[in-house]
Design a protein around this ligand. Structure first.
Ligand code: SF4
Length: 353
């Protein structure tokens, strides 16, 4: 029998598609038993969002959203994008105590995001206070603020329990569900459908995954993208694409020089991949933009510049980096550390000095 701890361990070590193909009947049995006991009521609300995480979930195929709802026996009481009800009937569906509250999108000042005639931030606080098991923030915006909270941020947007790298956010640093759990963060722009479904499965099973210091399940966000990347061999050999004309695999190049953020980003997406395990950004010729990081997008910018040209990535204040001598030294040290894997390679010595 697949117990809950094995579930988390296995879900984090092999692709979700393969995992579910192999262990599907065990998981379904366990989830159905747990769900029947608990009668899981789920509410999904959206703040400043383009519904990208909803679309991401709808495109999941192992299982697809219909199978997932049926297998998880989840009673989705409210979802603004996919529910049939409208107007007052829809808003009335929020008058429950959810077992799980999923939040998509950043949370701004009251007047910048409303549902019905109420500010989303008020609805969030009211539902979160009644949530029995856990609040799950999905996507870069709900977790850490994302693009709506990027520099400028005229709407004062923030994540559900974080604002960029700092705990706090809309619910505050001390928020806990009735079960005593902090907000579970599933970053990504968008969040990965496997991350959403596997985390919801774990939560429904009754055991919250162990979280890292950024509120993310460790079983999904412990691995470094660069370490798992299919192009890593090219990095180690010092073979770098110098233009986007050289990014397909026929050129056998690493995308580091085009600004890849894989070396500073943790997620399992390099081997879990997207679209049912078919592809991931780097394999498609697009450098990782670090969308799983709490500082995305500001700290990852400017995109398509190498890491050593983005001071925020190596702990240097952008406003002062150019003025302080020690900053230049730190930049050099960090760049050297990041590129240590190629330092022994004679080819890199010629091309990358
Ligand atoms: S720098 Fe990017 S493309 Fe190159 S190996 Fe690392 S993650 Fe892959």
């Amino acid at each position: 029998m697949l117990n809950r701890r094995n579930f988390l361990k296995l879900a984090g070590t092999i692709g979700a598609g393969m995992f579910l193909d192999i262990y599907s009947s065990d998981i379904v049995k366990a989830i159905e038993q747990a769900a029947q006991e608990k009668g899981v009521k789920l509410v999904w609300i959206q703040g400043q969002s383009d519904s990208g995480c909803t679309i991401s979930l709808l495109q999941g195929s192992h299982p697809d959203i219909y199978d997932a709802i049926m297998k998880l026996n989840v009673d989705i009481r409210f979802h603004p994008t996919i529910m049939a009800a409208q107007g007052e009937e829809a808003m009335a569906a929020l008058n429950i105590e959810p077992d799980v509250l999923v939040v998509e999108g950043a949370i701004p000042d009251p007047k910048f995001a409303t549902m019905g005639d109420r500010p989303v931030i008020d609805i969030l606080k009211e539902l979160a206070a009644k949530t029995k098991i856990a609040v799950v923030a999905v996507g870069a915006c709900a977790t850490y603020g994302g693009i709506p909270a990027a520099n400028g941020n005229v709407t004062n947007s923030m994540g559900v329990q974080y604002h960029k790298g700092k705990k706090g956010g809309a619910l505050g640093a001390d928020y806990k569900s009735k079960a005593g759990l902090p907000v579970v963060n599933l970053p990504g722009d968008p969040a990965h459908p496997d991350h959403i479904l596997l985390t919801l499965s774990a939560v429904i099973l009754g055991e919250i995954p162990e979280l890292d210091e950024k509120g993310r399940p460790k079983f999904l966000f412990s691995d470094n993208i660069h370490d798992q990347c299919d192009r890593r061999g090219f990095y180690d050999k010092g073979e770098f694409a110098k233009s986007f004309h050289e990014t397909d695999f026929s050129h056998e190049k690493c995308l580091y020089k085009l600004g890849c953020r894989g070396p500073v980003t943790n997620s399992d997406c390099a081997y879990r991949k997207w679209n049912s395990g078919i592809n991931v950004c780097m394999n498609g010729g697009a450098p990782c933009i670090g969308c799983f990081n709490e500082g995305f997008p500001d700290d990852m910018s400017p995109l398509f510049e190498t890491i050593e040209n983005v001071p925020a990535l190596i702990g240097i204040n952008v406003a002062t980096a150019g003025k302080i001598a020690v900053a230049a030294t730190a930049l050099g040290i960090a760049a050297h550390a990041i590129r240590r894997g190629v330092s022994k390679n004679p080819k890199r010595t010629e091309e990358e000095k």
